[in-house]
Design a protein around this ligand. Structure first.
Ligand code: GLN
Length: 289
């Protein structure tokens, strides 16, 4: 097999197999060239290693594998995160959750933050890098995911993130000022699970089965046991789950309920605050209603 010998031919080969957006990324990364170089300097030769890498990547992309898994990384919140098939691919919608968290973390206060089901640790590390004084504990039930997460923390020099293997709160002893999570929330019978990138992602990170709310139920119900008074819980959820999550939050005693929209204009993040004991309640007897 000969294959493309120049950048221009590489571009043509890529366009025959994948869409233009994917072709740009895959040609650029496989051939180590600048964006659009295949247009400005199509005669630039490519070497056999680049040719083989591009052929491999195009075949994988054409068979549906997500670009992030092919390259082994994805940008999130301005940082490059390593990803493998052991972790969910970071999504722009999840930046909404990071924004909502950072809004509630002052620059100069050393708060404790818990990220449950951290995956690649994109949320935990984005928060940790933006707020160097916070201490983040990030958990995942998957040891393979935690290995990816720890690699990311090292590569991005996020020294203020610790990791522990835990099924949600199971191995979490302390209390925190802020809990965040992007749990699995897709309903078990959602047809999207059999489409596109989702086919390649860890099933346990996408769907808890059933109506999709089970992980959110667990996270909300036990959050008061792991938050300090006045602490916040912020959760990513499905585009149509905002009302259900608000009901869960209220039932668990959360107030100051907030919601934030994703890039598509859907309610994607909801949260609430655990009440501080009111001064008048302090020192009064139980039952003095
Ligand atoms: N937001 C993702 C999707 O709908 C799912 C991520 C998740 O379940 N937390 O593709």
């Amino acid at each position: 097999m000969t294959g493309p010998a120049t950048l221009g031919e590489a571009w043509q080969a890529a366009r025959q197999r994948v869409d233009a957006l994917d072709a740009r990324v895959l040609v650029r990364e496989a051939c180590g060239c600048g964006e659009g170089r295949w247009i400005s300097h199509p005669e630039t030769p490519i070497d056999p290693a680049q040719r083989h890498r591009l052929a491999d990547w195009l075949a994988r992309r054409a068979s549906g594998e997500p670009v992030a898994y092919i390259l082994g990384w994805r940008e999130f919140y301005g940082h490059r995160f390593a990803v493998t098939r052991d972790v969910l691919i970071p999504r722009p919608d999840t930046e909404t959750l990071v924004d909502a968290a950072l809004t509630r973390i002052p620059q100069d206060v050393p708060l404790d933050v818990l990220d449950l089901g951290t995956g690649s640790a994109c949320i935990a590390i984005a928060i940790a890098l933006a707020r160097p004084l916070v201490r983040v504990l990030a958990t995942d039930a998957s040891a393979a995911a935690l290995a990816v997460a720890a690699d990311n923390a090292r590569a991005l020099t996020a020294a203020n993130v610790r990791f522990v293997q835990s099924d949600w709160y199971q191995a979490v002893g302390d209390r925190f000022d802020l809990i965040v999570s992007n749990p699995p929330y897709i309903a078990g019978d959602d047809a999207h699970l059999a489409e596109g990138d989702l086919r390649f992602e860890p099933a346990a990170a996408l769907s808890p089965g059933g109506d999709g709310l089970d992980a959110l139920r667990t996270l909300v119900a036990s959050a008061p046991d792991h938050l300090r008074p006045g602490g916040w819980l912020l959760l990513e959820h499905g585009w149509d789950q905002g009302a259900a999550v608000a009901v869960l939050l209220a039932a668990a005693g959360f107030g100051s309920l907030v919601t934030a929209l994703d890039l598509g204009g859907h309610h994607r993040v909801s949260g609430g605050r655990l009440a501080e004991p009111s001064p008048s309640a302090l020192g009064t007897d139980r039952g003095s209603v």
